[in-house]
Design a protein around this ligand. Structure first.
Ligand code: SD4
Length: 290
């Protein structure tokens, strides 16, 4: 079949898969290509999704979460609640490549970044500061935060069936300081196993995590479903078990080791960007109906 990248949201997904494909074409391995895709979005303050210019927590600080997984080795690297590190997906990569651990948290993750030569910097843009000040004045609550789509997740697949997944986020806007969502948590925000496929998530982290959407989608692929059926089953099962999860958008998407892709959402509003051998297209994903 083919080389496939799938990434999240109408605005940020396109530059992410474009950069991933470019990087892959110029010789990067699949995981590095996904990392490069996320770096491109993290570094561009035009995207309030992640990295520079990401929307902050209730204190006005960007607390970043990121993680990635290699489907061949099953190695994972992740960081959570880390401030001032760009690109944070590369810090997660350092955890994977240079430690025996899965997840490093908070100020200690920042210290780990400093030790590895990352520059510690202010991540606010004019836009993120303005939005934070507007929010502070209006004292809006977390309800609004779910609408801001603060995560970019990407999965990749190449011949003869290698898969990877990676995710970077500033988390829900205006979140309680210290709150960590699904994005850095393996099995919740992302999962990859060459024996089945890769999946990633975005949306309301508490729902995604409790229902382990990425792991469930990959396990569905392992049981023989294609990627679309796998994602749909995972989201439908969540909604069936807990109907209120359809009130907010949560998404799981993925690619099987054979190369077919799929995505499912708990309500309307999600766009996936898909790159198949360099051909890039967007797909609107309707909310699942039980
Ligand atoms: C979180 N899942 O921190 C992330 C937020 C997100 O689009 O995906 N927003 O809960």
């Amino acid at each position: 079949m083919s080389t496939v990248f799938v990434s999240t949201w109408l605005d940020a997904g396109k530059p992410c898969v474009q950069r991933a494909w470019q990087s892959y074409q110029s010789g990067s391995d699949l995981l590095t290509a996904c990392e490069e895709g996320l770096i491109a979005v993290e570094q561009d303050p035009a995207y309030q999704a992640i990295g520079l210019g990401g929307l902050p927590n209730a204190d006005g600080d960007q607390e970043l979460d990121a993680g990635l997984m290699d489907g061949t080795t099953l190695k994972v690297g992740a960081v959570c609640a880390v401030r001032g590190v760009l690109p944070v997906i590369s810090l997660a990569r350092k955890v994977m490549d240079e430690t025996p651990h899965v997840l490093i948290a908070g100020d200690q993750a920042r210290r780990f970044a400093e030790q590895h030569g990352f520059e510690i910097r202010n991540l606010h843009s004019e836009n993120s500061l303005k939005k934070f000040n507007d929010w502070r004045l209006l004292r809006r609550e977390a309800e609004v935060a779910h609408l801001t789509h603060d995560t970019v997740t990407i999965v990749g697949r190449e011949e003869p069936g290698h898969v990877v997944a990676a995710c970077s986020t500033s988390g829900l806007a205006w979140k309680l300081p210290g709150r960590v969502g699904d994005s850095p948590i393996v099995g919740a925000g992302y999962y990859a196993d060459d024996e089945a496929g890769a999946a990633g998530a975005t949306g309301l982290g508490e729902d995604i995590w409790r229902h382990m959407l990425s792991y469930r989608a990959v396990e569905n692929m392992r049981s023989g479903m294609n990627a679309m059926e796998s994602c749909q089953e995972a989201v439908r099962r969540m909604i069936r078990r807990e109907p209120r999860t359809a009130e907010h958008i949560s998404v799981v998407f993925g690619v099987s080791n054979k190369g077919d892709w799929g995505a499912a959402a708990s309500k309307d509003g999600f766009t996936a960007w898909v790159c198949i051998d360099g051909l890039i297209e967007s797909h609107q994903i309707p909310g699942e109906k039980l």
